[in-house]
Design a protein around this ligand. Structure first.
Ligand SMILES: Cc1cc2nc3c(=O)[nH]c(=O)nc-3n(C[C@H](O)[C@H](O)[C@H](O)COP(=O)(O)OP(=O)(O)OC[C@H]3O[C@@H](n4cnc5c(N)ncnc54)[C@H](O)[C@@H]3O)c2cc1C
Ligand code: FES
Length: 259
């Protein structure tokens, strides 16, 4: 099955900030009001946010939609995310989206794995699978506990042992796969974690969809600044994460990172 490409630029929308809550030392959840984005966003898609006077918009996965509002979960990293953490209720933001190709939803027993702020699109997917009555389990791994407020149907793994199972994903994944017996895995997080999930799943012959989160420049498919290499039969081809992704099949990606 081919993952579909559907990447029209939608916006900009001037949206109102409903709340901006700190979830951990460096991780926040922003809720915006906008009916169009809330109605159209699919898990795995992203929005592109103008951060004050910065030339390049910053991309963030949609982490949930509720009625006419949508959420992002973000880690404060540089200027753009610092600006986002300064936004207060009632202020506005300039946002394009939803953009990119989201996850393919199938009626299969699914294992959802979100690492760090990769929890964001996985959280949205979990809510959609729940509403669709599709059996799924949610693994949330992070260095320290990120309190997203989700407690049901979730295995938490923290490296510092602040909640759930202590350790890294690779110390627990095989056991979880053996217990859950998933037919499909969805993942988002740092590349080494997604590479590990994809290679492990391949051994169990389980298909994986991975949402990639590398830095963007234009974010609209023009500059080729986000190219990754994909295996295509016996060839290697270039794909743009912003336009052709961000969701790719895990076994297609040439994971050029240490695991
Ligand atoms: C599809 C997608 C989804 C994502 N979802 C999330 C999410 O849900 N939560 C989350 O926390 N993060 C997410 N990210 C990562 C997030 O976009 C980055 O953390 C964010 O852009 C950091 O912005 P910053 O300004 O704070 O950091 P910076 O490190 O200052 O900037 C980030 C990037 O912006 C570009 N940039 C900055 N300055 C310049 C310059 N002067 N010239 C050229 N390029 C420049 C570069 O690409 C740089 O790497 C996602 C990324 C992608 C691609
Ligand atoms: S960021 Fe420019 S093509 Fe993807």
């Amino acid at each position: 099955m081919q993952l579909k490409t559907q990447n029209k630029i939608k916006g900009p929308h001037i949206v109102e900030v409903l709340s901006n809550i700190k979830l951990s030392d460096d991780t926040w959840k922003l809720t915006f009001q906008n009916q169009e984005i809330a109605e159209n966003a699919k898990p795995g898609q992203f929005v592109s946010i103008l951060c004050e006077d910065l030339l390049l918009r910053r991309p963030f996965s949609v982490a949930n939609t509720i009625n006419n509002s949508f959420e992002i979960i973000y880690k404060v990293k540089g200027k753009g995310t610092k600006y986002l953490s300064s936004l207060r209720n009632g202020e506005s933001a300039d946002i394009i989206g939803p953009m990119g190709n989201g996850f393919t939803i199938e009626n299969k027993n699914s294992l959802l794995i979100g690492c760090g702020v990769g929890i964001a699109p996985i959280n949205f997917l979990s809510n959609i699978l729940e509403k669709s009555g599709i059996k799924h389990s949610f693994v949330a791994c992070s260095q320290t506990f990120i309190n997203t407020g989700i407690t049901e149907n979730q295995v938490i793994i923290t490296e510092d042992g602040s909640a759930g199972l202590e350790g890294r994903l690779d110390q627990h994944l095989k056991k979880i796969i053996n217990e859950v017996k998933p037919e499909k895995i969805y993942t988002c997080g740092p590349n080494p974690a997604m590479a590990y999930v994809s290679l492990t799943a391949e051994k169990y012959e389980i298909s994986v969809e991975a949402a990639l989160e590398r830095d963007f420049a234009c974010g609209t498919g023009v500059c080729m600044g986000c190219v990754i290499q994909i295996k295509d039969n016996n060839k290697t081809i270039n794909k743009r994460i912003c336009k052709d992704g961000p969701v790719f099949r895990g076994n297609e990606v040439l994971w050029q990172c240490p695991i």
